[in-house]
Design a binder for this molecule. Structure first.
Ligand SMILES: [Zn+2]
Ligand SMILES: [Zn+2]
Ligand SMILES: [Zn+2]
Length: 473
């Protein structure tokens, strides 16, 4: 089979080849990321470097494993390679006739991807950790090394992790790496040491030699000349004349011929063009290209950049799911695993058959969870989740249970109640939670959605729960 380029353009870059579905992503594509997840392989048409770098980072940074683990290649007219982008893509081809050669690597990635255990993590951090681990694991890498990258706010990118952050949040990768290391999922060793702006943590700094008095870099420099014979020391302009290039000592009037024999230049004198200050040593400052703060070198933030290795525990987390942090949160705040919630719902339906009461499952989804997490930061996040759960807990009866489906969605039971009261509970709860969040995070507009399931006795419990949850996956 041969593939014609114009053929592909006709059906918007979508085609089948050797049993796999491909999509060529052109800059003018109107497809959403959700629509792209249905293809097995994405080829990014990378004639514009900006489009290529933006797109690969966006797809790898997307929250859905169906996207970030997908085989993604560059389709390029020329060979202009960037180490970081190459690492987070799965390779480059220069025309579609090279597609054949990709098939084994595509199939290998798809097979390895299917071994990754995807579970819904309750915390944003564990979600990011699992993403980093599984992305590198499925690419056959046990090492997670920082790669210098010009468009990074911290000068280095970690494959599978950095793309999840926008430019201004990028230094949060260190928090995630530290957390993953403290959980024993990765181990670290020294890679390099670098400096960041003390105001905004950015690594894009340019160094300037400035006047120690006024910090201007506008200055002129003159050599200081030392005449051996009479010992006179002064700027070279003192020795110059207006007729020729020869130098005469202003003190003893002798001609200075040979450097090293008659005279030397022990230092230089700088004159500031801005404040006329004369000085011998520049001060070096580091100006931040992000916030324009002029850092004094000694106050820059020094940061050790580490490289990492996935540990055995990390590998088993990839293959069998990561439960440690989830377990920790369950213990603190008294929620149950979703599997258990399923079972309890099943029992409740059985119970309803005998005692003829009504029971409900309510769902609460915070649409802008990631925005909230970013706003509150890691240290307060767990406190806030705890407060939310406490609020829910206080609104329902002791035998009702709460379970997280994902970080942004949780469900709770309202058993043995009439529909009016159950709805009222949910309504009042939504008000309480809005108050709670507005109270804790003032400039955040929480977008809660509630859903509600009236349990019935004739339908399988799983089918009923799926109906409730499917819109919030
Ligand atoms: Zn000055
Ligand atoms: Zn002299
Ligand atoms: Zn800065």
């Amino acid at each position: 089979m041969s593939i014609q380029n114009d053929n592909l353009l006709n059906n918007e870059g979508e085609f089948q080849y050797k049993g796999h579905s491909f999509y060529i992503l052109y800059p003018n594509s109107t497809k959403t990321i959700e629509q792209l997840t249905e293809y097995e392989v994405i080829l990014i048409f990378a004639s514009h470097p900006e489009f290529a770098s933006f797109t690969i980072r966006k797809l790898r940074g997307y929250k859905d494993p169906q996207m970030y683990l997908k085989p993604i290649y560059f389709l390029k007219p020329s060979n202009d390679s960037n180490n970081y982008l190459n690492t987070i893509s799965d390779g480059t081809i220069y025309n579609l006739s090279q597609l054949d050669a990709l098939i084994p690597s595509i199939e290998e990635i798809l097979t390895t991807n299917s071994k990754v255990y995807i579970n819904n993590t309750i915390s944003y951090e564990s979600e990011l950790i699992m993403k980093m681990l599984s992305f590198n694991f499925t690419r056959g890498r046990k090492q997670i090394n920082p790669i210098p990258y010009m468009l990074s706010a911290i000068n280095f990118c970690y494959p599978g992790l950095s793309s999840s952050f926008g430019y201004t949040e990028e230094n949060k990768v260190f928090e995630i790496l530290d957390l993953a290391e403290s959980e024993g999922l990765i181990s670290s060793s020294f890679y390099d040491k670098t400096h960041y702006c003390s105001k905004c943590n950015n690594g894009a700094l340019y160094y300037r030699s400035v006047c120690p008095k006024c910090s201007s870099s506008n200055s002129e420099t003159e050599d200081i000349v030392h005449h051996f014979r009479c010992g006179y020391v002064g700027p070279i302009s003192d020795y110059k004349n207006e007729i020729d290039d020869s130098l005469f000592c202003p003190k003893c009037n002798k001609n200075l011929r040979h450097i090293g024999v008659d005279y030397d230049k022990p230092s230089a004198l700088h004159t500031c063009n801005s404040c006329s200050n004369k000085f011998q040593d520049f001060e070096v400052k580091a100006k931040c290209m992000n916030c324009e703060y002029d850092n004094e070198i000694e106050y820059l933030i020094e940061k050790e950049i580490k490289k990492y290795t996935i540990t055995n525990k990390g590998e088993s987390a990839i293959l069998y799911g990561y439960v440690a942090m989830q377990k920790e949160i369950e213990e603190i705040i008294g929620t149950v695993k979703f599997e258990l919630f399923n079972k309890m719902t099943k029992f409740e339906i059985e119970r309803m058959k005998y005692s003829k009461h009504q029971s409900f499952v309510a769902l609460l989804n915070l649409k802008n969870t990631n925005e909230l997490i970013t706003k509150v930061g890691r240290s307060h996040q767990r406190e806030l989740i705890k407060d939310i759960i406490m609020t829910v807990r206080n609104s329902i009866k002791p035998f009702d249970i709460i379970s997280f489906r994902s970080l942004s969605t949780f469900v709770f039971s309202i058993n043995e109640e009439n529909e009016e009261t159950a709805l009222k509970t949910v309504y009042e709860l939504s008000n309480l939670l809005n108050f709670l969040i507005t109270d804790n995070v003032p400039d955040f507009d929480a977008k809660f959605e509630f859903d509600f399931l009236v349990l019935n006795t004739h339908e399988h419990y799983k089918k009923q729960l799926d109906r409730l949850i499917q819109n919030y996956e």
